[in-house]
Design a binder for this molecule. Structure first.
Ligand code: DGL
Length: 271
């Protein structure tokens, strides 16, 4: 048994969708969340910049005595996972591999769509992983950069003409390819499940990155004897690099529950 916390980080708020999954799948685990709200978004930046930021995020998290780290951020997972794993002596899980495994298991016609940030699409990490797992599966990728700011502004509901128009523009070309599975390769997209599902239709299965990586983490903790005491309810601490008030205001949307904890601000440049 190991009650040390799991570190979770993201470029900002989006990783709270992964926290939500972790709270459901691993309710006994203690979590320390860092959202780099001062420097979000990462998704349009160069790989070197993303890696530099990610290293600082990990250094901050490692100021706690952690047993594992979950990279909730799609953009960091697609560009920096291997480097971070090599540089750190604790288990680090990203979102790509578990999500691809699920997508490969789900697709019947071997046509998988993938939507994410520009940096994630540019990295080809999802294609490479899917082709390794299932060489015959075709992958159709598309960046959806406007989804992040729209989601952060609460534009996630059916009937909102702005998000519905943007979703149609991004997703209709993917629909034409005949994909039967769509990877939501970015932290924010699970909040758009209704909107994306409406455009893609009931024949397309949506696979959410945060949820799959929470299951992966559960397997990894179990295999290494690192699970926390199952009788306890884990605590979550939140840290951000910008105004905590702004984070707290919108965090409930991502957690889909009232935010009971306050966030603390840290200076990420010190790490
Ligand atoms: N967290 C990022 C991701 O999952 C989205 C926001 C950003 O661009 O930083 O890719």
């Amino acid at each position: 048994m190991d009650n040390r916390p799991i570190g979770v980080f993201d470029s900002g708020l989006g990783g709270l969708t992964a926290v939500r999954s972790l709270r459901q799948i691993l309710p006994e685990e203690n979590l320390v969340y860092f959202g780099d709200t001062a420097r979000v978004p990462y998704g349009g930046r160069a790989r070197e910049t993303i890696l530099k930021y990610a290293r600082q995020d990990v250094r901050f998290l490692r100021s706690f005595d952690l047993k594992a780290i979950l990279i909730a951020c799609g953009t960091v997972s697609t560009t920096s996972l291997e480097t971070l794993q090599t540089e750190n002596d604790l288990p680090i899980v990203g979102v790509v591999e578990p999500t691809c495994r699920r997508a490969v298991a789900v697709t019947k016609n071997k046509k998988v769509g993938m939507i994410a940030t520009l940096a994630s699409v540019r990295s080809s990490a999802y294609e490479t992983t899917i082709h390794r797992l299932s060489p015959e599966t075709e992958v159709f990728s598309r960046p959806c950069p406007l989804f992040v700011p729209l989601t952060e502004n609460g534009r996630i509901h059916r009937g909102d003409v702005v998000i519905e128009t943007v979703a149609r523009e991004y997703l209709e070309p993917l629909k034409v390819t005949g994909v039967d599975t769509l990877i939501l390769g970015c932290t924010h997209y699970p909040l758009l499940t209704d909107i994306i599902g409406d455009v893609c239709g009931p024949d397309v299965t949506l696979v959410s990155a945060g949820e799959e990586s929470a299951f992966e983490l559960k397997r990894l903790l179990k295999a290494n004897g690192l699970r926390a005491d199952e009788h306890q309810r884990g605590e979550v601490e939140f840290y951000v690099s910008e105004r905590p008030e702004d984070f707290e205001q919108i965090a409930s949307l991502f957690l889909q529950e009232n935010m009971h904890h306050s966030a603390r601000r840290i200076d990420i440049d010190q790490y």
